[in-house]
Design a protein around this ligand. Structure first.
Ligand code: GLY
Length: 299
């Protein structure tokens, strides 16, 4: 039995590619990487790899990760430049290095050693991203916007669950800023003892509340994927609200070891895509767990 789920409508192409691999008995890691590759190469997705938002120096800096729930092995890269497929570097960190996270130049040199192809600026940076950057500079705006990570979970026929993420992070982010997407337990987590979770939204808030580790721990404790996602997003939102901050940019998807999926968000307009064995592709809009005019519930 296989199953796959991913964040945002632009991930439909990714789950379809992942499903093709899973259907043919392929591994969850192959499925996750192949699915994410399509989104990383899509110049119309402005928050992931090619076509992604630029940082405050006008550079495209990418974060990505992969985790294998059967081995608890992890690979992640952060603030990587000059590559179209950071998820492939993350997978190589997971499978071929003794480390968990590599950043910046070190990650890029590691990718070179692994024979992973570089891409030039003309291919990676789209005119729309450059234009937005120039406009922000002209307006002296350093407003940080857009954190739409592709996070994908795949469960394969052998019973292994893998999750992976990839993002360019927020536009106008401070160079060197690392979001939640390459941080284990925050933007992603997988363990065959419970399931997997991936998050999307404001990385700073997702990291503060370690959303994905919590969700997997809850599934391990017997909650369904849907219950786990809802509990984590609600708790994180309330925890942050208690500190006096406004928290309205967290979404996550979860999968248990039977391929059942769940999702929750604390804002409008979050959609996930999913395909299960013998099922049709699904594109599902998620209602916010907190729906009282955009403000967190009283805590
Ligand atoms: N969730 C992606 C980021 O904040 O960079």
């Amino acid at each position: 039995m296989w199953s796959t789920i991913a964040t945002w409508p632009f991930s439909l192409q990714a789950v379809e590619a992942a499903a093709q691999i899973l259907k043919n008995g392929g591994s969850a890691a192959d499925a996750a990487e192949a699915g994410i590759h399509l989104v990383e190469s899509d110049p119309n997705v402005d928050s992931v790899a090619r076509g992604g938002w630029l940082n405050a120096n006008g550079e495209l800096e990418l974060d990505a990760a992969m985790m294998d729930g059967s081995t608890l092995r992890v690979g992640a890269v952060a603030a990587v430049q000059g590559f179209e497929h950071p998820v492939t570097i993350a997978r190589a960190v997971m499978e071929k290095s003794i480390h968990n996270i590599l950043v910046g130049k070190g990650a890029e040199e590691f990718a070179d050693r692994m024979g992973i192809e570089r891409a030039d600026e003309e291919r990676l940076i789209m005119p729309a991203a450059r234009k937005l950057y120039e406009e922000n500079i002209a307006k002296l705006s350093d407003e940080v916007k857009g954190h739409d990570t592709i996070g994908l979970i795949a469960l394969d026929e052998s019973g292994t669950i893998v999750c992976a993420t990839s993002t360019s992070g927020a536009s106008m982010k401070t160079p060197g800023r690392v979001g939640d997407s390459p941080i284990i337990g925050s933007g992603f987590y997988a363990s065959n003892t419970g399931g997997a979770a991936v998050a999307t939204g404001l990385g700073e808030d997702i990291m503060r509340t370690c959303c994905c580790f919590r969700a997997v721990a809850l599934m391990e404790a017997g909650l369904s994927a849907q219950e786990a996602a809802e509990k984590v997003v609600l708790t994180a939102t309330q925890q942050i609200a208690k500190t006096g901050y406004y928290c309205d940019n967290i979404a996550m998807v979860c999968m248990d070891m039977n391929g059942n999926v769940g999702a929750a968000c604390n804002h409008q307009d979050f959609t996930y895509t999913a395909i299960r064995e013998n099922g049709e592709p699904q594109v599902v809009e998620v209602l916010p767990i907190i729906d009282n005019g955009g403000k967190p519930r009283e805590v």
